[in-house]
Design a protein around this ligand. Structure first.
Ligand SMILES: Cc1cc2nc3c(=O)[nH]c(=O)nc-3n(C[C@H](O)[C@H](O)[C@H](O)COP(=O)(O)OP(=O)(O)OC[C@H]3O[C@@H](n4cnc5c(N)ncnc54)[C@H](O)[C@@H]3O)c2cc1C
Ligand SMILES: NC(=O)c1ccc[n+]([C@@H]2O[C@H](COP(=O)([O-])OP(=O)(O)OC[C@H]3O[C@@H](n4cnc5c(N)ncnc54)[C@H](O)[C@@H]3O)[C@@H](O)[C@H]2O)c1
Length: 443
């Protein structure tokens, strides 16, 4: 028998679960299909497990800065314990997510979904029909097409390593590369990060990225720029990473060279839905070429960062569309953080953009080393860059590099979103001395 639904959601990550839950709460008959772990990338093999490992790393690094300043420190990361702690957390995610969806009356289907026609999907032997379909199938790591690619591991492998090797090599220079480099180096590995051109983290301000690389080098991370790797060879129990004028022995090699959309196995060609490795092509309503088929989160080729809060935002937007709203999607300013050592964050109009339009924007660089927050933590080279719109003297963007950049960027996001002026900020008392009260020094 073919079961009929108002909406079928493909993929149970942050985007898919948010959409399914909201539609169900609005009275729709909803099914959600998941082929792997319920909850998707973020809680199983992304943000959350990464942040559990990072919690120990952050505590160690902050304690190390206070060595000889009143804190006796003999800290080191116990990787086995830390991994057990992470696995304790992640093991309950998939069953917990599944049960919570099912308990809310959403039909949960295990397996790989693909279209047989625009309203019909197959999952194994099961056929289901839907008035609307939401594609929320996420991304998977891109594997470099080089000789020896079978020896490359991914962020998923890293976040589940039984042991931290003595040395690791990371190919790439984006979010994943810099986050893994921070964690591995703090856990005692000698890290080599190899980027194919001279501009890793190219969406972030160049001087902050350079300072981040300098800080990481103190932790044993060597950043190699402008080096194309062409081969990985097995060498006893380890590997050789080989490129032009480059040959390095290492215990493990991770590829962190971007992610590609899980949309190539959905049967989209047969139903006339265009897609690329960036995801399903969508319009300003997040509709694909077939109007009742939407794409949200990482698997939508929408012009925004691929992050968990964006997945939730797009899911809620599409719920509104299915229930009868017609407005085009408008994205708010989206803060983003690289949890490296230290953290690098930005929001709003970027410094890169401001430097292309110096008539309109001014970039103000503020070293924070002498502020009480960083004095008490003995943190070196904390920096903020503010982007100021010279038309109205408003702060419209910011980038921060420090161990407190995560908190600071969220405060700045609120102030920028609501257009706070220097006067507004100076007249708002914040508890002192905190990261929030530091904002008053910035405005
Ligand atoms: C290492 C790492 C760290 C990250 N850290 C952060 C962070 O700190 N902060 C942040 O905001 N973002 C972070 N992200 C990004 C974040 O994880 C994603 O933006 C988020 O998970 C996207 O949610 P989604 O629902 O669109 O996709 P996903 O979470 O990827 O979920 C998609 C789901 O669809 C399933 N699926 C795919 N194809 C099919 C099919 N045909 N049939 C059935 N099911 C299918 C998949 O198995 C998966 O479960 C990180 C990502 C990685 C890899
Ligand atoms: N903290 C967070 O929010 C967080 C953390 C991890 C991942 N993510 C999400 O996951 C996405 C994927 O992360 P990612 O780091 O894999 O991709 P990315 O797109 O951020 O970075 C990939 C990097 O690899 C480089 N690269 C490409 N080919 C290469 C090669 N042959 N050799 C060396 N370097 C090469 C690119 O120039 C780029 O700098 C992110 O864009 C982000 O959306 C977010």
């Amino acid at each position: 028998m073919v079961e009929k639904y108002d909406t079928v959601v493909i993929g149970a990550g942050p985007a898919g679960t948010a959409a399914a839950s909201s539609l169900k709460a609005q009275g729709q008959k909803v099914a959600i299909v998941e082929e792997d772990l319920w909850g998707g990338t973020c809680p199983n093999r992304g943000c959350d497990p990464k942040k559990i490992l990072y919690a120990a790393v952050e505590a160690k690094e902050k304690a190390d800065l206070l060595a000889g300043q009143g804190l006796n420190t003999q800290n080191s990361i116990n990787w086995a314990d830390l991994m057990a702690n992470k696995r304790d957390y992640t093991k309950q995610i998939s069953p917990g997510t599944h049960d919570s969806l099912a308990n809310n009356g959403i039909e949960t289907i295990n397996g790989h979904a693909h279209f047989v026609d625009p309203h019909t999907l197959k999952v194994g032997q099961q056929t289901i029909e839907a008035q609307n379909v939401i594609i929320a199938t996420g991304l998977r790591p891109r594997i470099l097409d080089i000789k020896g690619k079978e020896f490359l591991q991914t962020s998923t492998d890293f976040l589940d390593l039984d042991e931290m090797p003595e040395s690791i090599t990371i190919l790439g220079g984006g979010y994943v590369a810099f986050e893994l480099a921070g964690i591995a180096s703090s856990a005692g590995a000698k890290v080599t990060l190899i980027h194919h051109n001279n501009r890793p983290l190219k969406a972030f301000p160049e001087n902050l990225v350079q300072t981040l690389c300098d800080q990481l080098s103190k932790n044993g991370v060597e950043t190699v720029l402008d080096k194309e790797i062409t081969e990985v060879q097995e060498d006893n129990a380890s590997y050789r990473v080989i490129g032009n004028d480059f040959d390095k022995k290492t215990d493990k090699v991770f590829a962190a060279v971007g992610r590609i959309a899980n949309v190539d196995q959905l049967g989209l060609d047969q139903i006339g839905v265009d897609y690329s490795s960036k995801g399903v092509k969508v319009n300003e309503h997040l509709q694909s070429d077939v109007s009742h088929i939407y794409a949200v989160g990482d698997s939508a080729a929408s012009p925004v960062l691929k992050l968990t809060p964006v997945a939730g935002y797009e899911a809620n937007y599409v719920v509104g569309q299915i229930l009868g709203d017609h407005a085009e999607i408008e994205y708010p300013y989206i803060p983003t953080i690289i949890f490296s050592l230290p953290k690098l964050a930005q929001v709003g109009v970027t410094v890169n953009r401001a430097q292309e339009d110096t008539e309109r924007y001014e970039v103000k660089t503020v070293p924070m080393e002498d502020w009480i927050t960083y004095k008490r933590q003995h943190e070196k080279q904390p920096l903020v860059q503010l982007v100021i719109d010279q038309k109205n003297d408003q702060v419209v963007g910011a980038a921060c590099l420090s161990m407190e950049a995560d908190e600071m960027i969220n405060y700045l996001t609120l102030l920028i979103k609501h257009g706070y002026s220097a006067e507004d900020v100076s007249q708002t008392p914040f508890a002192y001395p905190t990261i929030a009260s530091d904002i008053q020094y910035l405005y």
